[in-house]
Design a protein around this ligand. Structure first.
Ligand SMILES: O=c1ccn([C@@H]2O[C@H](COP(=O)(O)O)[C@@H](O)[C@H]2O)c(=O)[nH]1
Length: 232
């Protein structure tokens, strides 16, 4: 897998999602299916988008006791997706169980990555609401190291932490980074934000971009602008 832009398909119906994808006549974007679309449409939307030839990151962020996550991952392993994820805060035991559940009888599995600290969190909210009084970068690195030790393939973090995660966990340990906005864009609920160009400079492997593309007047042009800045 090389550097790429992953488009977050945060829509509430199959119709809106497919109408959005139909606008892309020349390229086949790597897409992310998150809770909104998956809960609205169920696994069939994953199959339908896969059948159209898209790579898929299934972003369901599992977080529960190890046995429950193992069983849920076993169900997800039946879907033909490229990446699935969970919260690193669920502990090493949960991540290990998730890997076991996700691995198919023939030994294959999608890549499994762990969310460190949501990009909608900053130092202030992490300390005030989560009572974590450690610098953000240190928290992200700690979660990344736990994920690497458990055998996961990478993490979700902000582009701001991508460089140090690679330094600590290796260049092949994936950094999948939401929290991306164009220089003239509105951050909205995102707190740890960079531009696509800055994410490239900081070493992100993948940027995840939703609203700057899905809500743009011309989504295809916005996608191309993102790719141009991030991939070149
Ligand atoms: O830490 C995280 C983890 C996941 N996300 C998801 O990425 C997209 C970002 O969408 P934007 O519209 O570009 O803000 C969204 O689906 C989130 O659920 C994240 O933002 N941060």
């Amino acid at each position: 897998m090389g550097k790429d832009v992953i488009v977050a398909l945060d829509f509430d119906s199959k119709e809106k999602t497919l109408a959005f994808l139909d606008r892309f006549t020349e390229e086949k974007p790597f897409v992310k299916i998150g809770m909104e679309l998956f809960y609205a449409e169920g696994p069939s939307i994953v199959r339908e988008i896969r059948a159209r030839g898209h790579k898929i990151f299934l972003d369901l962020k599992l977080h529960d006791i190890p046995n429950t996550v193992k069983k849920a991952m076993a169900a997800l392993s039946a879907l033909d997706v490229d990446i699935v994820n969970l919260h690193a805060a669920g502990t090493a035991a949960m991540m290990t169980a998730a890997l076991e559940g996700l691995t198919r009888p023939d030994g294959t599995r999608p890549l499994l990555i762990a969310v460190t600290q949501l990009t909608s969190t900053d130092q202030e909210s992490m300390e005030r609401e989560l009572l974590i009084h450690v610098p953000m970068e240190k928290v992200v690195l700690h979660y990344a190291e736990n994920a690497a030790a458990a055998g996961l393939d990478g993490v979700v973090c902000s582009p701001m932490e991508a460089g140090v995660v690679h330094e600590r966990c290796g260049k092949d340990f994936l950094t999948v980074t939401p929290g991306v906005r164009f220089a003239d864009g509105d951050a909205g609920d995102q707190k740890r934000v960079t531009t696509p160009a800055k994410a490239k400079e900081l070493g992100s492997d993948y940027i995840v971009v939703g609203r700057p593309i899905t809500q743009a007047e011309d989504p295809v042009a916005a996608y191309r602008r993102c790719r141009e800045e991030f991939v070149g």
